[in-house]
Design a protein around this ligand. Sequence first.
Ligand SMILES: Cc1ncc(COP(=O)(O)O)c(C=O)c1O
Length: 409
Amino acid sequence: MTIEVSTDLRERLRSHFPALASDTVFLENAGGSQVPVQVADRIHSYLLESYVQLGAGYELSRRSTDLVHRAHDFVRHLMGGEGGEVILGASASSLLQMLADCYSKVLEPGQEVIVAQTGHEANVGPWTRLERCGIRTRWWEMDPENFVCSLKQLEDLLSDRTALVAFPHVSNLLGEIVDVRQITALAHDAGARVVVDGVAFAPHRAMHVADWGVDWYVYSTYKVYGPHMAALWGHSDALGELTGPNHFFIHEVPYQFELGGPSHEGCAGLLGLADYLKVVAGLDCTANLSRSDIEQAFEVMTACERPLQARLLEYLGSKQAVRIVGPAGDSPTRVGTISFVHSEKTSRAITEVVDRSTVAIRHGHMYAYRLCQALELDPDDGVVRVSLVHYNTLEEIERLIEVLDRALV
Ligand SMILES: Cc1ncc(COP(=O)(O)O)c(C=O)c1O
């Protein structure tokens, strides 16, 4: 079903984001998104009305405990995570490092981890550092011609020594969605677990972690219109193989994996996202948010994004000196995280011009350091990256294009 996105719908959605009323054109959303008022309001009320510690018997403490439980349940629902648990933490980087530390206690020297070269360092470094425990890193290399880590190469790397395959669902530079189900099936055939970085995917499409069959899936809630936290979903079987880092007398999952516990006010904010998704899905605020409503909300977001990314790709494609780093055309498997380099200008020189306007973009390696190296780019200069989400507008893309017209000559 094609979703028609009217100007009225866009304006209605934007009206929930107070920050969008300013002059700034937010096109650095892959770094972090803005939050709707529903999220901010919940954090504000929690801090002023029930900011007490969990687990005591008095009424306010019971309310806070319940809220933190409900936040976990909501995120599991959002991720489509039946059959597993959600661990909340400060960031995807810290959750993945925690996970690798847990694996360091169960893996044996001689085992291997396969790591995609397209990954953000958050899902690379923790696995390569297992070399200290005698775990060998095997690189799943990207073909610099088409930016793809091929399934054939993965098949060649997999063996009965492979313990884990770590890869991004979408690279935060390239913007292409990979076939997570197929990669997972290949890894499972070899007896390996998968750790999927969904950080660059989750702002754009609905997650279906149980359906995809993955073992671990992480995303940053602050890039999906929420508070500065992250969530790691683990399948119960994978969770059952590990012991979390919390105190020895804490056995309950996910708390065993949440050293010090998650941010309570952040949990309040996460629940506010459910209210915003109801708006996007066209529901009344009193309705329950079902899985199909979540899917509907993300289909609306995708429909908002596609014409914008198509326009920007078309513009960049028309510039002789510009090379798009990632797929050059729009498609249903592309998100609006669009990177490029210029044959005569550094990425820094381009953003310096753009920074003088009210358009917010950035340049650099964006922590996809090894990917930049594989592309023979100077990581310090990296790429220019424009990253849009559903609340951006075509007018904003035109404003960016006007500025780029000056910056690219
Ligand atoms: C693809 C990807 N993975 C992981 C991360 C790290 O996320 P966090 O900031 O939550 O540690 C980022 C952050 O930009 C990212 O873009």
